[in-house]
Structure formats: structure tokens, C-alpha cells
Design a protein around this ligand. Structure first.
Ligand code: GAL
Length: 417
């Protein structure tokens, strides 16, 4: 009752309800998310306008900060205060963690009526369920291991998009010699971790990635392969410009777009920025899987939190159904840079990078080479992710040796475990 009263007050406060009886048609949602960059805002705008077009009332609660760490802090505070938003952008093991705490509402009646099990890849369906019931609705499949490249800068040094890390380093040296910043990067822990996991997949392959960064196997963590991963991180550190500390990811994306840097290593939400700026992916900005042989999975989803009152419960059902509708999955992902979570949405309208993502995803599933993103909260509990990110970031920003970084990693995981 307390929650309902809070939400009702909020809705009334912004003049959404007439009289004392809330209108249930379409329902209401308050959506907490971190989609505030150009491409992201456009994509969430699609969800908002579709929801409103069905007669619903949308209360927007954006918490800026790429990768979502500030949003997760805000969520914790809201729940602690007994005042959760009704829908939250949340994913991976975090869904289970919140469900175990007991504050999450299921949307299983919608999922069963609409046969979600038949249209979602099993790997996603299981992430969305808690104790066999759907508690989340997925919007997309993002690929993390992408290399974005400015074709004009590559042409200036006569280089192609590299397919191995040795080639990457050789091209970066040429770019540097020509006075071009090789790598656009933003020094924030989640961005450092994004690059780290891409390098780990590239140097170690999917089995190594799975053992080290998902199963946290001490042998894999202490291996020479992991030392080589940190060595490559140190090499990459030499390729970023002086302005990298604290830079937001979308500003790094803009550097590639504007010819201020040749490459960015980032998931395909970067493509959402190119699209929002009117660029043609694959032409104005090149996309290629980062050197490696696999696919790092990141999928965004919305989790419904326990709220009371018909207005809010109805809003959750409408939102869940809308998120999973084929038309919405197409429109949203065309803006976001990702591909639909549903397997039955045609990709005719999508660009070459999305087509490549889909083809490589299918291959990776067949070859057991699909791995979950550590940086984007798909792989391990949040506390362990935090420990790993601390080491990766400290190594990147100091002269810590690769051997010391590996030892720190093992110690940190033991502590957290
Ligand atoms: C990821 C999220 C993406 C994108 C990115 C940058 O964690 O899955 O949708 O928004 O952060 O903010």
C-alpha cells in the first residue's frame, strides 16, 4: 500500500491522473534506465512512444552513466527506501540476485500467453526466468567484441582492418607515426573491463574466456595466457590519447566518427551513435569483429519490481508484452545498434554489421563459442565483477606488471568468493 501511495502521489504530482480514480487502460510504468547517449535515448524513446501509443503513462527515470553502474546504485537506494521503480533495466545474474531478495514481480502469464519460450534463444530465456517463471523481458542481443574503425584514417596509412592482435599493434604503430591517435578510449572501469574481456577472448579463445572469466578457474586465471592478456592491455594503453581518463564511451565513439582516432573497441551500442549521427555503418565507419574467434553476449532486459495497484500491475503487463512484440523488437534494435532478442524477427532492414552479428552468433552457438560479458554483468555476480574491474583498471592506469596483475586477480577473487 505504501508503494502504491508513493507512485500515485508521483503520478498526481505531475498531473497525470484526473480525479481520484486512476485510469487503468494502458497502465502506468516508471522506468529506471541508463540510456542517455544519442543512440540510447533514441532507442528508449521508441519504447516510451509505443507505450504511450497504447494509452499508457510513462514516467522516465534515467540515471546517466554508461554500463549502468550509477543506475544500479540508484536502484539499490530506491529499493532500500521501499520505493522501487516499477520497471528496471537490469540483466544477467543480477536478475536472479534481485529475484532472490524477493522484490521482483513475475510476468509469466504474459510470457505463457505469448509463447516466449518458442521465440527466445534458450540461453536468454533461462536468464529471464526465476524459479521457472519469467521475471524479465529481453529487448536485444548486443555483441561486445567489435572493432570500429575510421576508413579514411586507415587509408592514410595504407592499412586494412586488422584480424589479429599483432596486426592491430602494427597498424597502431603506423597510425602513431602518422600523428593519428590509434585507439579512442574512455578511462572508466567498465570501459577498461570491456576492452579487457575482448582481449581475453581474442588471445585466449572462448574456452579460456569461459574458464577464467565465468568459472573463475584459478589455473586459467594464473596462466601464461592471462599474462599475455595483460601484456596486450599494457600495449593498448600506449595507443590512447592523453584525454582518456574519465571520458564517456560515446565521446570516444565520436572521436572515431569525426576522424580524431582510428579505432574503438566497444559493443555495438557504439553503432547506435553512428546511426543517430546519420552515418552508414560498414561504410562511413567500419565494423569488424575484434581479433578473436567467438562472440561475447550482452543482452538488455527489463525487470518488473513488486508494486501494488491495478494501474501499475497493468502497466507492467503492457510493457512486457510490448517489449516482446516483433514490431517493437525491430524498431528498437534498428536504433540501438543491437539485434532482436526474438529469433523470428526478419533482419532485412538491418545494416551489414547487424547481419554479421547474427551470422556470427549462430556460428558461435554451434561451435560452443558464445560467452557472456563480464563487463556488462552477464557472467558473474556483481561483487566479483567489481573485484576484477578494480584490478584491470589499476593495471591500466599504473605501471603494474602483468605478473602482479594476475596475482592481484587471483587474490581478489579468493577474497570475494
Ligand atoms: C551496456 C548496455 C548497453 C549500452 C551500454 C552503454 O551495459 O547493455 O545497452 O547502453 O551499456 O551504456
Amino acid at each position: 500500500m505504501k508503494l502504491f501511495a508513493r507512485n500515485l502521489t508521483l503520478a498526481c504530482g505531475i498531473g497525470l491522473l484526473a480525479g481520484s480514480a486512476p485510469a487503468v487502460a494502458g497502465g502506468s510504468v516508471e522506468v529506471l534506465h541508463w540510456w542517455t547517449s544519442g543512440g540510447e535515448a533514441k532507442a528508449i524513446g521508441e519504447l516510451k512512444s509505443s507505450f504511450e501509443a497504447q494509452g499508457g503513462t510513462w514516467i522516465d527515470s534515467p540515471i546517466a552513466g554508461g554500463g549502468g553502474d550509477p543506475a544500479m546504485t540508484a536502484l539499490r537506494a530506491r529499493v532500500m527506501a521501499g520505493n522501487p521503480p516499477s520497471a528496471v533495466q537490469l540483466k544477467g545474474p543480477g536478475i536472479q540476485e534481485w529475484a532472490q531478495e524477493g522484490g521482483v514481480a513475475d510476468v509469466d502469464d504474459v510470457a505463457q500467453a505469448e509463447h516466449w519460450d518458442d521465440v527466445l534463444p534458450p540461453v536468454l530465456a533461462s536468464i529471464m526466468k526465476y524459479e521457472g517463471k519469467y521475471v524479465a523481458a529481453p529487448v536485444n542481443i548486443h555483441r561486445v567484441d567489435w572493432l570500429w574503425a575510421n576508413p579514411e584514417l586507415l587509408a592514410q596509412v595504407g592499412a586494412e582492418v586488422p584480424t589479429t592482435w599483432e596486426e592491430f599493434n602494427a597498424t597502431a604503430e603506423k597510425l602513431e607515426a602518422a600523428g593519428i591517435t590509434p585507439l579512442a578510449h574512455g578511462g572508466q572501469p567498465w570501459q577498461d573491463a570491456t576492452v579487457f574481456e575482448v582481449v581475453a577472448l581474442g588471445i585466449g579463445g572462448p574456452d579460456f574466456y569461459q574458464k577464467a572469466l565465468v568459472e573463475l578457474d584459478p589455473e586459467a586465471l594464473q596462466s601464461d595466457t592471462m599474462i599475455a592478456v595483460f601484456d596486450q592491455m599494457r600495449t593498448l594503453r600506449g595507443y590512447v590519447d592523453e584525454g582518456f581518463p574519465g571520458r564517456d564511451w560515446n565521446l570516444a565513439t565520436a572521436m572515431v566518427m569525426n576522424g580524431e582516432a582510428a579505432f574503438q573497441i566497444m559493443g555495438d551500442w557504439a553503432k547506435g551513435e553512428f546511426l543517430a549521427a546519420g552515418k552508414v555503418p560498414g561504410e562511413d565507419v567500419l565494423c569488424a569483429p575484434a581479433p578473436g574467434n567467438g562472440f561475447i553476449l550482452n543482452s538488455d532486459s527489463f525487470v518488473m519490481f513488486g508494486v501494488q495497484g491495478d494501474e501499475w500491475v497493468e502497466g507492467q503487463k503492457v510493457l512486457a508484452s510490448l517489449i516482446m512484440s516483433p514490431g517493437f523488437q525491430e524498431t528498437f534494435n534498428l536504433a540501438k545498434g543491437s539485434i532482436p532478442a526474438r529469433v523470428d524477427v526478419a533482419l532485412d532492414k538491418f545494416d551489414v554489421c547487424a547481419q554479421k552479428s547474427h551470422a556470427d552468433l549462430t556460428t558461435a552457438i554451434g561451435a560452443n563459442a558464445l560467452v557472456p560479458s563480464l563487463a556488462h554483468e552477464m557472467a558473474v555476480p556483481r561483487s566479483i565483477r567489481g573485484e576484477i574491474m578494480d584490478v584491470v583498471t589499476e593495471h591500466f592506469n599504473t605501471d603494474m606488471s602483468s605478473q602482479d596483475a594476475v596475482q592481484r586477480l587471483v587474490d581478489a577473487i579468493q577474497r570475494a568468493g
